[in-house]
Design a protein around this ligand. Structure first.
Ligand code: HEC
Length: 226
């Protein structure tokens, strides 16, 4: 390679790398980037759905991998959920959540199927390349029930704590139900992994400090339906 080709080559490579970094940067980038409203993020949009509806002990998490499908990490979701980036039709995980044959539909009865909104989020994530991307999805200056607490519980708890047979007999689907456990201390107890409470969400890492801070501020505020 002569000097000119080498120069051209390095400029080209730098250009490519820069461009690539720009687009896929979120890989392990942490939660410090602001969320782009047009992007679907693995950390805040996809993983909570999978955690609460699929990566459950006895199913595809907590040491169980039914049918060889382990849905506890990004890598295992892509690999054993057989996800093909940009192709929902070629992705097994998408197939089973949209299956019309009720015997094959996931999650299986008596669990509720995923909502149309949850399915649309997973489809959009696959169509955007099924990336392991993340963004800062939490601001602890925002701690109202409608903007912070309700969505937090919906994303991280409702998969198990809803439907005809909610886990532990505890239903967390609306303000009145959530308020019972907020005022008893159980909500903070389980989320903050306090002694005497079962750590929640079950089987997955603790919610991040920002979410716990939002919850604390809402509790300090007197558990308002705001
Ligand atoms: C993967 C399923 C799953 C998810 C997700 C989950 N839970 Fe649970 N939860 C359970 C099960 C199962 C029990 C009952 C365990 C038992 O009784 O042995 C339980 C019990 C509880 C209890 C009673 C525990 C106690 O110590 O009194 C509370 C409160 C609770 N969950 C709140 C939550 C909250 C809040 C979230 C979300 C941050 C959440 N759970 C997410 C499965 C789950």
């Amino acid at each position: 390679m002569n000097y000119k080709t080498l120069l051209l080559f390095s400029i080209l490579m730098t250009g490519l790398t820069a461009c690539k970094l720009d687009k896929t940067q979120p890989y392990n980038a942490g939660n410090d980037k602001p969320c782009d409203p047009d992007s679907i993020y693995f950390n805040k949009d996809v993983m909570p759905i999978i955690q609460s509806s699929c990566a459950i002990s006895g199913c595809h998490g907590g040491g169980s991998a039914e049918d060889g499908v382990d849905l506890t990490t990004y890598a295992s979701i892509i690999e054993t959920g057989k996800i093909e980036a940009y192709n929902t039709g070629g992705s097994d995980l998408y197939d089973v959540i949209t299956e019309t044959d009720l015997d094959k539909l996931m999650p299986p009865a008596p669990a509720d199927p995923l909502s149309a909104e949850q399915i649309a989020l997973i489809a959009a994530w696959i169509n955007q390349g099924a990336k392991n991307n993340s963004c800062a999805d939490c601001d602890d200056e925002v701690f109202t029930f409608s903007e912070a607490i309700g969505p937090m519980i919906e994303a991280n708890c409702k998969g198990c704590h809803s439907g005809g047979a909610p886990s532990g007999g505890i239903s967390l689907t609306n303000y009145d139900e959530i308020k019972i456990y907020a005022t008893s201390g159980a909500l903070m107890g389980v989320i903050n992994h306090e002694i005497g409470y079962l750590p929640m969400p079950e089987g997955v890492p603790k919610l991040d400090a920002c979410k716990i801070s939002q919850l604390q501020k809402w509790l300090d505020d007197g558990v308002p339906n705001n």
